[in-house]
Design a protein around this ligand. Structure first.
Ligand SMILES: C[S@@+](CC[C@H](N)C(=O)[O-])C[C@H]1O[C@@H](n2cnc3c(N)ncnc32)[C@H](O)[C@@H]1O
Length: 398
């Protein structure tokens, strides 16, 4: 991208206030990330010039400032100011100001029925139901989305809109959680029926300077190809994800805590004779564990009731929380990982450590001190991290 254009973009991409930035998901993409997306496209598509490239949430047009790359470039955005600035900065692009999630069709984007298209970009991710920053989220956005692509997250609706446009390829950034969380994947079923992930690379949300204050989460620069067979969740579990400046990982390579314990509130599943010995906060992913409590005293709608035989696993999660800062950011949306065999050999250490360090358990249970427990747990995590993610994650332990 020409230096002049980059400079102009950097200067101007700040016209929205904090509230509108959140509601429109207006976090603009740095040039290195745009370059990465294009390198993935170029590696996989020989004849890009046969395609028109469309960014239907183009902002200032970061993904469209490429001369002679494709047959035609089209940019759309709901934000009038962004579109008029983009028009000033970038030439040779057909810009349209519109809500790209309402009345989604090829004609509204001036695309012909027989035109081969690649959708590209960084659509907004904005879970309209999540609690984080809820007080300033505008839920009326949901009324302005076609019923057949309405989901609780704008980014997922964008993916569904590309299917409606029958894009031949989709090359976009989105949270990795769209694919790896089963409930999200189910919301994308119409998309997954018609597209297959053929390439991609994971980056950290901290690559975006505006979002670098929060907890890092993994974003996938994904390349999907329209495909009659689509992809099932199994395909995602077996997919080898590449990570920028790091290795690769496959969900299937991890054993996780969900294979052993209840994650969600379980009151209604308890039997008459069950006598829970502890209470635990609802488990979500590793990033949520960083924020949330583990053992609790209260009965809330989020309480998981712990039976004696499962207590060691919940102690494991409690101790795992102390090691979450050592975990790579790219597994932040995965369930708590475990090496069940190795854990089984030292589970008493986990119980002892949890009982002696967690204030809720301390008042509830007596458990003998185990000399060297902390060291054994340190070694357990060191080996777990090294075996799954390589040596660099296993340094500075004891
Ligand atoms: C994450 S920014 C990305 C902008 C640009 N593609 C980039 O990467 O720099 C998301 C953009 O989506 C736009 N947007 C949000 N909702 C939209 C909608 N319903 N239709 C069209 N654009 C929308 C916002 O105005 C914002 O410019």
């Amino acid at each position: 991208m020409a230096k002049k254009i980059v400079k102009a973009m950097n200067r101007n991409q700040k016209h929205l206030n904090h509230i509108d930035t959140i509601n429109l998901g207006s976090y603009y993409t740095p040039e290195v990330i745009v370059d990465l997306a294009y390198s993935i496209l170029q590696k996989n598509i020989k004849n890009i010039k046969d395609f028109s490239i469309i960014d239907s949430s183009c902002g200032y047009g970061s993904f469209l400032a490429r001369k002679n790359i494709a047959k035609r470039l089209i940019g759309a955005d709901i934000d009038q100011k962004a579109i008029s600035e983009a028009k000033k900065i970038i030439g040779e692009v057909d810009f349209i100001c519109q809500n790209s999630l309402l009345n989604v069709s090829r004609p509204s984007l001036t695309i012909k029925n027989d035109e081969k298209i690649i959708t590209i970009g960084n659509p907004p991710y904005n879970d309209t139901t999540s609690i984080i920053r809820n007080s300033i989220k505008d839920t009326s956005i949901q009324d302005k989305i076609d019923a057949d692509i309405k989901t609780r997250d704008l980014g997922m609706s964008f993916l569904l809109s590309y299917d409606k446009l029958k894009a031949d390829y989709v090359c976009v950034l989105h949270p990795l959680s769209y694919l790896i969380k089963k409930a999200n994947f189910a919301l994308l079923s119409k998309f997954a029926k018609n597209y297959k992930l053929i390439d991609g690379i994971i980056i950290s949300s901290h690559e975006f300077s505006d979002t670098s204050r929060g907890m890092a989460f993994p974003i996938l620069i994904a390349l999907y190809k329209r495909d009659e067979q689509g992809m099932g969740y199994d395909y995602i579990q077996n997919y080898q994800f590449k990570v920028k400046d790091d290795g690769v990982f496959r969900l299937k390579d991890f054993d996780t805590i969900v294979n052993y314990v209840q994650k969600y509130p379980n009151k209604k599943f308890l039997n008459k004779n069950d006598r829970p010995v502890a209470k635990f906060w609802t488990l979500r992913d590793i990033n949520a564990l960083k924020r949330n409590r583990t053992f609790i005293n209260e009965d809330t709608y989020n309480t998981v009731y712990v039976l004696m035989e499962k207590l060691p696993y919940y102690c494991y999660i409690d101790i795992f929380k102390q090691y979450t800062d050592r975990m790579p950011y790219f597994i932040g949306n995965c369930d708590v990982i475990i090496d069940n065999e190795k854990f089984g050999k030292i589970k008493e250490c986990f119980i002892a450590q949890s009982v002696h360090t967690n204030p809720v358990l301390k008042n509830k249970f007596k458990f003998r001190e185990i000399p060297g427990a902390k060291l054994k747990i340190d070694n357990y995590f060191k080996e777990l991290l090294e075996s799954k993610f390589g040596k660099k994650y296993a340094t500075n332990f004891n």
